[in-house]
Design a protein around this ligand. Structure first.
Ligand SMILES: CC(C)(COP(=O)(O)OP(=O)(O)OC[C@H]1O[C@@H](n2cnc3c(N)ncnc32)[C@H](O)[C@@H]1OP(=O)(O)O)[C@@H](O)C(=O)NCCC(=O)NCCS
Length: 137
């Protein structure tokens, strides 16, 4: 059974195997745990049968007006069974007090996010790929 939780305190690096699929410089499991601990809001999907985290979503925030969702991933072998939908649903419920909720994505997944009432917008960003893993922070 898949269980959803926001309790990062109970997570160990060993439970965070296999994320950042396709990234050039992947954060280590320890760095991943630091990212989750430092986030304003987190939702984790845990497979009760093996105790592993199989999906996660995080948000950073000013605590008053705005929240931004930088990371959202489900392990490849757990995709297309509704886990991503549940993670977004739980996260948007946590963020419902905010004026602005944003995330960056390509055109392809826009139809997925539209299911939750999200609208496309234009944006600008910088990506410093030499800083991508965050492992030396
Ligand atoms: C996006 C992601 C988290 C969805 O997780 P999931 O558990 O498979 O999601 P669900 O099972 O709830 O929903 C899957 C639906 O989203 C659609 N979807 C997922 N990723 C998509 C994409 N990149 N483009 C278009 N549709 C996408 C699937 O086609 C599927 O549609 P369906 O319900 O009509 O069959 C997962 O595909 C993933 O981890 N992808 C790699 C990381 C990533 O792209 N993160 C988001 C960054 S914006």
């Amino acid at each position: 059974m898949i269980r959803y939780t926001d309790l990062v305190e109970n997570i160990t690096p060993e439970m965070l195997e296999g994320f950042f699929d396709g990234w050039r410089n992947r954060p280590s499991r320890e760095t991943h745990l630091k990212i989750l601990s430092n986030s304003a809001f987190v939702v984790l999907a845990i497979d009760d049968s093996n105790g592993k985290v199989v999906g996660f979503i995080n948000a950073i925030s000013d605590g008053i007006l705005c929240a931004h969702i930088p990371l959202f991933e489900v392990l490849p072998e757990y995709r297309n069974r509704g886990i991503g939908t549940e993670l977004v649903r739980h996260m948007l419920a946590k963020l419902k007090k905010f004026y602005g909720i944003s995330l960056m994505c390509d055109e392809k997944p826009q139809s997925f996010y539209a299911r939750f009432g999200m609208c496309p917008g234009t944006g600008m960003n910088i990506r410093n790929y030499e800083r991508q893993s965050g492992n030396d922070v």
